[in-house]
Write a protein that binds this ligand. Structure first.
Ligand code: AMP
Length: 176
């Protein structure tokens, strides 16, 4: 199984200093998305990691988690569930608040999005402090879902975000 991003993928991630706040180096994946071969290669990383886990549903985190998560769900024939920033989902939701690398936020999920016992893989573009994905993991647990693994294209290892997701397994393809 291909478990590490290629150098071509790594080179397509652009560092934007001081965005959205001074001191933050934003990992901009838009150059990667706009290259057809590299976008496919990065989706394939998630796909190969997800396939053996046989998830019922992929949960993607607003907004870049949707880009990878929905493609993986399509290929696996799995369902896709969006975890969104507060105020975006139209039906009844469960919400949870958390601290971000650069601020505070609340995420929501529809109350009927996951049934008890469903097998879930959580997908996002980047793991920083882990607050966002831990909040999503909490919503999955509250719904009775089984979090098989949390997967990220990029992990900022020095922020130790994976600790917040314990005991769920965490996989990332590009580490800084
Ligand atoms: P965190 O909750 O700190 O793990 O932050 C993860 C979320 O914020 C993900 O949805 C990322 O897309 C975004 N994010 C946090 N830090 C960065 C960064 N340095 N570059 C790009 N995206 C980031």
């Amino acid at each position: 199984m291909l478990q590490v991003a290629s150098e071509r993928i790594a080179n397509a991630v652009r560092d934007v200093p001081d965005f959205p706040k001074p001191g933050i180096i934003f990992k901009d994946i838009t150059p990667l998305l706009s290259d057809g071969a590299l976008f496919r290669e990065s989706i394939d990383l998630f796909l190969r990691a997800c396939e053996p886990l046989k998830p019922d549903k992929i949960v993607g985190i607003d907004a870049r988690g949707f880009l990878f998560g929905s493609a993986v769900a399509y290929e696996l024939g799995a369902g896709f569930v969006p975890v969104r920033k507060k105020g975006k989902l139209p039906f009844q939701t469960k919400e949870t608040s958390y601290t971000l690398e650069y601020g505070e936020a609340t995420v929501e999920m529809h109350i009927d999005a996951i049934a008890p016992g469903e097998r879930i893989v959580l997908v996002d573009d980047l793991l920083a402090t882990g607050g966002t994905s831990a909040a999503a993991a909490k919503l999955i647990a509250q719904a009775g879902g089984i979090l098989l693994e949390a997967q990220f294209l990029i992990e900022l290892e020095f922020l130790e975000g994976r600790k917040l997701l314990e005991p769920a397994p965490v996989r990332s393809f590009l580490k800084y």
